[in-house]
Design a protein around this ligand. Structure first.
Ligand code: C2E
Ligand code: CA
Ligand code: CA
Length: 716
C-alpha cells in the first residue's frame, strides 16, 4: 500500500516535471518563430532592395549600351557633314535608327535649339518629339547658359507615358546633338528577368503599390508607369518554408520528445516497480509473503511511540513452532516450507486488520496487537493460535503434527521500547518452552531478572566454581534458652568480580535449571566439611537442592566428602525441602535411610511454606524442622500464626524433633519462641551469616561452647 502510493506519486512527479520542459520547448519554438519571422522579413526587404538595385542598374546598362553603340556608329559622321539637306539628314537618321533599332532619332542644333531632322515610326514621331522637347526644356531650366541646348552625353531609361524607352543624347561635333530612343520591349524585360532571376518582370501603367515595383520617371518628373516583378522570395514563401521546416522540426522534436518521454517514463516506471519490488522483498519474507522482522519492529516502534496518547495497551506475541525440526528432518524442507506457509495462513484469519503477523525467520513468527483492552485479549489469541497449530497439517496426504509455543509481553507495562518488549516476550517464550511447550506464557517482570541470572549462570557459574569465586558464610543457630551457638547453617555466596556479592536466591534456581547445581552442591559440601573440621563439636547445616538430592550417587558422594575431610558424620546436618520428597518419595526415603545410617542429621527446611504436610514428618526420618521465616512474619501481622507456631513447635517436640525457628529478628519473637518451647533460634537478632574466620572469633568469645553438653531433646 505504501509502495503503491509512492509509485503513483512518483509517476505524478514525472509528468509534473515534464510540464516545464514542454513550456521551455514551446518558448524556444515561439522565439525561433519570431526570430525566423523577423529574419524572413529582413531577408525579403534585403532581397527586394537588391532586386530594385539590380533592375535599376540593368536599365542603366541598357541605356549606356545604346549610348555606346551610338558612339561607335561610324555613320554618325554623315550626320555632321554640313550642308546636308533635311531630307539627307532624315535619311541618314533613318538608316541609323534601323541599324541601332531605334524607334526615334532626332538631330538638334545646339545653337538654335531646333530639330535639323528626325526619323522614326510616324506614330512615335510626335510622342518622341515631345520627349525631345522636354529634354531640351529641362536642360535649359538646368541653366545651361549660352547654349540654347545644353544637352550633354547622357543615357537613361525614361517613360514617355505609354512605354519605357532608353534615351540617349549624344553631342556630335560642336553644334549638333543626337537624341535617340529605343523602346524597352517586353522581350527586353524577359531577357532582364531571366538574367537577373527576377521573375515576371514587366511594365504596367500607373503607379504600383507593390513592394516589388519600381516607378520609372518620365522626363517631366511625372511617373505614370511602373516596372513590377514577382519578388524572388516572398516573406510568406520563406515563412511557409520556415513553417514547414518548423512543423517538420516540431514534429521531429515532438516525436523524439515523445519517444524520450515514453522511454523515461517506462524506465522510471521500471525503476519504481523494481524499487517497490525490492522494498517489498526487503520487507517481506519470500516464503510466506508475510512482513519480516524489519517491518515488525518498525510497526512495533511506531505503536509504542503512540502509546502515551492512547488509553489502551499493546501486545507482542512471539511464536515458536514445536517439533518443526522433526518435520524438516523427516519429510524434507519442502514439506517444512509448506507447513510454515500453512501456519501463517491459519494465524492470519485470527487477527484483526490492524494486527501485524510477521515471520521473523526459521520457525519463528511474531504478532503485534497494537490495541488491546486487557492482557486477556492477548492470551485468548495465544490460545487460539496454539489450537490452530495443534490441528494436523496435511501435506501431500501426510498428517504432520506440530505445535506452537507463545511468549507474550504487554506494553507499556512490560516495556516502553521495542527491544525491551521483544526481550520480555522472548523471556516469556523461554519460560513457556521450559514448562513443556505447546502453550503460552505471559511475561512477568521478575522473569527478566531470572533471565539475566540464568544467562550469568550459563556463562560464568561453572568457571566461578573452578576459580573459587564462591564462598561460604555461616549463620549460627543458638539455643533458645542460653543463646549459645548450637550449630551453624552454611550459606553460599558468589563473589562476582563485576556484579559483586550475589545472593543464592538469585542463582540457585538458575543453577538447578542449568544442571549446575550438582557441581555447586558438591563444592559447598566439601568446603563446609573442610571448615567443619575446625569446629568438631559444632553441627554444620548444608542446604541440599532437590535436584542434587535425587542424584543416584548423592549418598556416596556425601560419605566420600565426610571421609575426605575427616569430619564426624553427626556434625553434618542436611537441610532438605519438601520438594525433595514430593517427586519420588520412595527413592527419597531410601536415600534418607542410608544417610541416617551414616549418622548424618536431616532437617526439614522451610517448614510451613510448602505442603507442610504432617505425613512427611511421620514418614520421613527427620531430626529437625526449621520453621520458615514467613511464619514469624505472619505471626507479627496476625495473631493467628502465633497459635500455629505454637502448635508446630508442640508437634515437632511431640515427634521427638528438634525445632528451629528461622529469621528471628526481634526480641519479642525470641521471647515468644522461647516461651513456646522452640529449641533453636536463627536470625539477624543473634547473627547475620558470617565468614568462617568471623565464626572462629565468635566461638572464641563464647569460649567453652564446644564443651557445652548436647541439648536434651525431649521426646515427649
Ligand atoms: P534458607 O535455607 O531458608 O536460608 C536462610 C536464609 O534466610 C538465608 O538467606 C539467610 O541469610 C536468611 N536469614 C537468616 N536470618 C534472617 C533474618 O533474621 N532475617 C532475614 N530477613 N533473613 C534471614 P540466604 O543466605 O540468602 O539464602 C537464601 C536461600 O538460598 C536459602 O534459604 C537456601 O534455600 C538457599 N541456599 C543458600 N545456600 C545454599 C547452598 O549452599 N545450597 C543450596 N542448595 N541452597 C542454598
Ligand atoms: Ca536452609
Ligand atoms: Ca529455610
Amino acid at each position: 500500500m505504501v509502495s503503491k502510493k509512492s509509485k503513483t506519486g512518483s509517476r505524478h512527479s514525472v509528468s509534473i516535471s515534464l510540464i516545464p520542459v514542454a513550456l521551455l520547448v514551446l518558448c524556444v519554438m515561439g522565439s525561433i518563430a519570431l526570430v525566423a519571422h523577423s529574419a524572413a522579413m529582413r531577408q525579403v526587404s534585403v532581397e527586394l532592395e537588391r532586386e530594385k538595385h539590380q533592375i535599376t542598374q540593368s536599365f542603366h546598362y541598357e541605356a549606356e549600351g545604346l549610348l555606346t553603340s551610338l558612339s561607335r556608329d561610324e555613320s554618325l559622321g554623315d550626320l555632321v557633314r554640313s550642308g546636308q539637306s533635311r531630307a539627307d539628314i532624315e535619311r541618314a537618321l533613318g538608316n541609323l535608327a534601323r541599324r541601332q533599332m531605334l524607334d526615334y532619332a532626332i538631330l538638334v542644333s545646339r545653337n538654335e535649339g531646333v530639330a535639323l531632322g528626325e526619323a522614326g515610326e510616324a506614330d512615335t514621331l510626335l510622342q518622341r518629339a515631345r520627349v525631345a522637347q522636354i529634354l531640351i526644356d529641362n536642360s535649359r531650366m538646368r541653366g545651361m547658359e549660352g547654349a540654347t541646348i545644353g544637352i550633354g552625353r547622357e543615357a537613361r531609361v525614361v517613360q514617355d507615358g505609354v512605354s519605357l524607352l532608353t534615351l540617349s543624347t549624344l553631342p556630335i561635333g560642336r553644334n549638333l546633338v543626337l537624341l535617340a530612343t529605343r523602346p524597352v520591349t517586353s522581350s527586353t524585360m524577359r531577357r532582364l528577368s531571366t538574367m537577373l532571376a527576377v521573375p515576371n518582370l514587366r511594365m504596367i501603367a500607373g503607379r504600383s503599390t507593390l513592394e516589388s515595383s519600381l516607378s520609372i520617371a518620365s522626363l517631366d518628373g511625372h511617373s505614370t508607369m511602373s516596372v513590377i516583378w514577382d519578388p524572388a522570395r516572398e516573406a510568406s514563401d520563406i515563412l511557409g518554408e520556415l513553417a514547414l521546416f518548423g512543423f517538420v522540426g516540431t514534429c521531429l522534436v515532438a516525436t523524439v520528445g515523445l519517444i524520450l518521454f515514453r522511454r523515461i517514463r517506462r524506465s522510471t516506471e521500471e525503476i519504481l516497480r523494481r524499487e517497490a519490488q525490492a522494498s517489498h522483498e526487503a520487507r517481506h519474507d519470500a516464503l510466506s509473503g508475510l512482513p519480516n522482522r524489519t517491518v515488525f519492529i518498525d510497526a512495533l516502534s511506531e505503536n509504542i511511540d503512540d502509546l502515551p496518547h492512547r488509553d489502551h495497551s499493546l501486545a507482542v506475541l512471539l511464536l515458536d513452532l514445536d517439533k518443526f525440526k522433526d518435520v524438516n528432518d523427516t519429510y524434507g524442507h519442502a514439506a517444512g516450507d509448506r507447513v510454515l506457509v500453512e501456519f501463517g495462513a491459519r494465524v492470519r484469519p485470527l487477527l484483526r486488520q490492524t494486527d501485524v503477523l510477521a515471520r521473523l525467520g526459521g520457525d519463528e513468527f511474531a504478532v503485534l496487537l497494537p490495541s488491546i483492552r486487557s492482557h486477556l485479549d492477548a492470551t485468548r489469541l495465544a490460545q487460539a493460535i496454539v489450537d490452530a497449530a495443534n490441528r494436523p497439517f496435511v501435506i501431500d496426504g501426510i498428517d504432520m503434527r506440530i505445535g506452537v509455543t507463545v511468549g507474550i509481553a504487554i506494553g507499556p507495562s512490560d516495556g516502553t521500547d521495542s527491544a525491551t518488549l521483544l526481550r520480555a516476550a522472548d523471556t516469556a517464550l523461554y519460560r513457556a518452552k521450559n514448562e513443556g511447550r505447546n502453550r503460552f506464557n505471559l511475561y512477568e517482570h521478575r522473569m527478566n531478572e531470572q533471565e539475566r541470572m540464568r544467562k550469568l549462570v550459563d556463562d560464568e557459574l561453572r568457571g566461578a566454581i573452578e576459580r573459587d569465586e564462591l564462598t561460604l558464610v555461616y549463620q549460627p543457630q543458638v539455643h533458645a534458652d542460653t543463646g549459645r551457638i548450637a550449630s551453624v547453617e552454611a550459606l553460599v555466596r558468589w563473589r562476582h568480580p563485576v556484579h559483586g556479592m550475589i545472593s543464592p536466591i538469585m542463582f540457585i534456581s538458575a543453577a538447578e535449571e542449568r544442571g549446575l547445581i550438582v557441581p555447586l552442591g558438591e563444592w559447598v559440601m566439601r568446603r563446609a566439611m573442610r571448615d567443619a573440621a575446625r569446629w568438631p563439636k559444632l553441627r554444620v547445616g548444608v542446604n541440599v537442592s532437590a535436584v542434587q538430592f535425587r542424584q543416584k550417587d548423592f549418598v556416596t558422594s556425601v560419605a566420600g566428602v565426610l571421609k575426605e575431610c575427616a569430619v564426624q558424620s553427626h556434625q553434618l546436618e542436611l537441610e532438605l525441602t519438601e520438594g525433595v520428597l514430593v517427586e519420588d518419595a520412595d527413592q527419597a526415603q531410601a536415600a534418607m535411610m542410608e544417610l541416617r545410617a551414616l549418622g548424618v542429621k536431616l532437617a526439614l527446611d522451610d517448614f510451613g511454606t510448602g505442603y507442610s504436610s504432617l505425613i512427611y514428618l511421620r514418614r520421613f526420618a527427620f531430626d529437625k524442622i526449621k520453621i520458615d521465616k514467613s511464619f514469624l512474619d505472619q505471626m507479627e501481622a496476625t495473631g493467628e500464626s502465633a497459635i500455629l507456631v505454637h502448635s508446630v513447635v508442640h508437634l515437632g517436640r511431640a515427634l521427638g524433633l528438634e525445632v528451629t525457628a528461622e529469621g528471628v529478628e526481634t526480641e519479642e519473637q525470641r521471647r515468644f519462641l522461647q516461651a513456646v518451647g522452640c529449641h533453636l533460634l536463627q536470625g539477624y537478632l543473634f547473627s547475620k551469616p558470617i565468614s568462617a574466620e568471623q565464626l572462629d572469633e565468635l566461638l572464641k568469645v563464647e569460649g567453652d561452647i564446644s564443651q557445652a553438653p548436647p541439648r536434651q531433646i525431649s521426646a515427649a
